[in-house]
Design a protein around this ligand. Sequence first.
Ligand SMILES: Cc1cc2nc3c(=O)[nH]c(=O)nc-3n(C[C@H](O)[C@H](O)[C@H](O)COP(=O)(O)OP(=O)(O)OC[C@H]3O[C@@H](n4cnc5c(N)ncnc54)[C@H](O)[C@@H]3O)c2cc1C
Ligand code: SF4
Length: 450
Amino acid sequence: MTDKSQADIAPKRLSDAEIESNFGDMNPPLDRPEALVEADRCYFCFDAPCTTACPTGIDIPGFIQKIRSDNIKGSAHTILRENIMGGMCARVCPTEVLCEEACVRETLEEKPVRIGLLQRYATDAIYKSKLQLFERQPDSGKRVAVVGGGPASLSCAHRLACLGHQVTVLNAAEKVGGLNEYGIAAYKTIDNFAAAEAEYILSIGGIEVRNNVSLGTDFILEELRGEYDAVFLGFGMGGVNELGMENDQVDGIVDAVEYISELRQADKMSELPVGRKVLVIGGGMTAIDVAVQSKRLGAEEVTIAYRRGQEQMGASQHEQDFAQKSGVNIRRHLAPKQLLLDGNRVSGIEFEYTKVDAAGKLSGTGDTCAVESDVVFKAIGQKVLWDDLGNTADILDIENGRIGVDVNRKTSLPDVWAGGDCISGGEDLTVSAVQDGKLAGMDIDRFLRQ
Ligand SMILES: Cc1cc2nc3c(=O)[nH]c(=O)nc-3n(C[C@H](O)[C@H](O)[C@H](O)COP(=O)(O)OP(=O)(O)OC[C@H]3O[C@@H](n4cnc5c(N)ncnc54)[C@H](O)[C@@H]3O)c2cc1C
Ligand code: SF4
């Protein structure tokens, strides 16, 4: 946000102490007695449904069993060998729709084993001690370029490094971590955890990181294919969808992901300007995160407006409840119709009420309402900015605006793989990006050893 002179968009709405308390750990970790009690609740199911529901296929009863016998190192190894970002995923996975939803204790008692917190208990100990759990295989003499520094790329790089290949990470941002570093809500990953986890991943060795270099600006895909034995693309989605209303380039309309990134990188969060009345357009995780964080920075009224109903929202019911408990007002069945302006600034949005017919088709009812705001956050989904990526889209198969891949995350080119948010058919979750990177790394290894 640039215009800090507006009275209704100001920093320091709350004291540093209030901000610190608002941005504390969202789900504080379990201590040893709590972890042992929780681990005891597991039935160690045969064909564990929680493992099937985990996108990275972690042996969940296996790691919980090791917690019970105080074998924390073994437990962390069980987690990290399938998901090298097991620490971040323990913090950010929507477990309520993944492993914990599938847990038989959820089915029987609506009280699942707290798998996420147990996973955090096991992995935090390893990050803290910096104990290396993996060993590199002998050098294969092969070199792989990994584009991007987010979860997909770091997972792929780690797997390849373990398998003995030399990896070069080429990352556009100043720091590695991708949205773990710049996007995830601050209260989900406190104390610079994203950086600590990335450091642990890179400590395996064999991975050279070059930050501040971009595909499309500093090099093109063809050059990488000439220089390396294989290439992995994990550049995420750099752009956000526009609201599509007339004059939507006025002041006060802000890209939610950009604002969250400023917040995540701020030395002092209290210095961030925040509106008195904040309006968020969208229904996914980004919408929830920008709304809750605005509220916790001191915004007085925060409203999320979504054009469909509760069940169609990308954010899970748990996240919607969390936003409402945090004081965010969620209004559904509202489609933005036109901007309300005060000079060259947004002062609100006029919405049209919507209805959805039996076939799921959305239409306007003709009735309207206005919601006042000093700031409007765009949070209606992200997209790949192909124009910034040189001729990448011309030489790869693209499906629905993203890269088409097979089950091993191989693209239409024989020596190029891709994963994470930039591929078609993904789930746009950290854990899915990690799984993509892992699968691609294993397939690249098979290719390099042919
Ligand atoms: C605001 C927000 C909140 C989220 N919250 C959650 C959550 O709570 N839980 C959850 O599971 N998921 C969440 N997600 C989704 C999750 O963060 C992503 O699915 C995940 O980060 C995707 O990983 P990735 O590696 O594909 O891409 P990214 O994390 O986006 O990383 C892309 C990397 O590529 C680099 N890059 C970009 N362009 C280029 C280029 N041209 N050349 C070289 N490098 C480039 C970037 O610098 C970055 O390092 C959230 C997403 C957002 C936007
Ligand atoms: S489903 Fe629940 S009880 Fe069964 S193994 Fe998984 S965590 Fe344990």
